[in-house]
Design a protein around this ligand. Structure first.
Ligand code: PEP
Ligand code: MN
Length: 359
């Protein structure tokens, strides 16, 4: 059973050095995760009560936690309360329900601004738009690249919305970080470990889509890659998986929401769009996800989907999106969530909120 030594936020770097040294002396393997506010040190190997006691007594140590799961910092054992992130003033996770919306791909300035404004008016709190598209075919539209990022940043600023966009290559992490607020790691890249390590070295939230055929454990291990690098701001997103069902693009695993919430403290979102593949199926899946307790959704919306460069058939039309947001508000209320970003939400969450583990 492995352990994690959580350092106090006031600990000196020399305290952490001493802990690392002691872990080595005890015949265990240390792994340092230098967070923004505090350091966590993993200690892989055999634990005993005496070892825990010795480590707990070292200067600067807050507590020592034993973790049975292969993922450590992502586990509920490590942190019992839901992690709640603050993304440019928007609270994400736990009882807060947020909807991320926008086009699949950024195609033009006019289109992005038009869609951005209408999703904002309907209550979406974060703007999505792909600039680097991970297409299954090398001949399909690949996205606008850096120009797309510039437009996304401009739209986010004008609309007062944080932005999310996919990063597909570790070499693009720097440029994406320059323009966007949240990194999206796509389903096809969930196990691109060098990409996960690279985004783990930044301080921007990382939104990790579940792989097309990934188990829950594999998905949480991907989160662990990011957390292990010191970036403790991770959001998970279920987006449907490959099954024999040919009626839908992917089969949405709604049960992943409560299963992951039991195993992990990280916020769980759902993408009904890529699971559905058809716009009419998006609202029922979105409603099911919020009813199941998801902390948010990411939805593709387009005002002129027949002209979309990517994923037009699954883009929800503006009027339906507005109505869906109304329906989601009611569902979120019923399942004891607080809807923070739109409608007449109660001013305090009904579910107890004890904040993130980063502070
Ligand atoms: C997307 O969000 O546009 C996308 C490509 O999603 P996924 O990685 O889940 O297929
Ligand atoms: Mn898409």
């Amino acid at each position: 059973m492995d352990m994690i030594v959580v350092m106090k936020s006031t600990a000196a770097p020399s305290d952490a050095d001493r802990v690392v040294e002691r872990i080595g002396e005890l015949g265990l393997t240390p792994n340092v995760s230098q967070g923004e506010l505090r350091t966590m040190i993993g200690a892989a190997g055999k634990k005993s009560p005496a070892i825990v006691q010795q480590l707990e007594q070292l200067s600067g140590v807050d507590r020592v936690i034993a973790v049975t799961q292969p993922y450590k910092m992502a586990s509920r054992e490590f942190h019992e309360a839901d992690t709640i992130l603050d993304i440019k003033g928007i609270r994400v996770g736990g009882p807060h329900v947020n909807v991320i919306a926008g086009p699949c791909a950024i195609e033009s300035r006019d289109m992005l601004f038009e869609i951005g404004r209408l999703v904002k008016d309907a209550g979406a709190s974060i703007l999505r738009g792909g600039a680097f598209k991970p297409r299954s075919s090398p001949y399909s539209y690949q996205g606008m690249g850096r120009r797309g990022l510039e437009l996304l940043q401009e739209a986010g600023q004008e609309l007062g919305m944080p932005t999310i966009t996919e990063v597909t290559d570790p070499r693009d992490v720097e440029v994406v970080a320059e323009y966007a607020d949240i990194f999206q790691v796509g389903a096809r890249n969930m196990q691109n470990f060098s990409l996960l390590l690279e985004v783990g070295k930044t301080d921007k939230p990382v939104f990790i889509k579940r792989g097309l055929a990934a188990s829950i454990t594999e998905w949480l291990m991907s989160a662990e890659y990011v957390l292990s690098q010191g970036n403790h701001r991770v959001i998970l997103c279920e987006r449907g998986m490959r099954t024999f069902n040919e009626e839908v693009r992917f089969t949405l695993d709604v049960s992943a929401v409560p299963v992951v919430q039991e195993r992990s403290h990280l916020p769980v979102f759902v993408d009904p769009s890529h699971a559905a593949g058809k716009r009419d199926l998006v609202p029922p899946l979105a409603i099911a996800a919020v009813a199941a307790g998801a902390s948010g959704l990411i939805i593709e919306v387009h005002s002129c989907p027949e002209k979309a460069m990517c994923d037009g058939p699954q883009a929800v039309l503006p009027a339906r999106f507005t109505k869906l947001m109304e329906q989601l508000k009611q569902v979120a209320e019923i399942v004891d969530h607080r809807v923070t970003q739109w409608g007449d939400a109660p001013s305090t969450p009904r579910r107890a909120e004890s904040g993130g583990w980063m502070s």
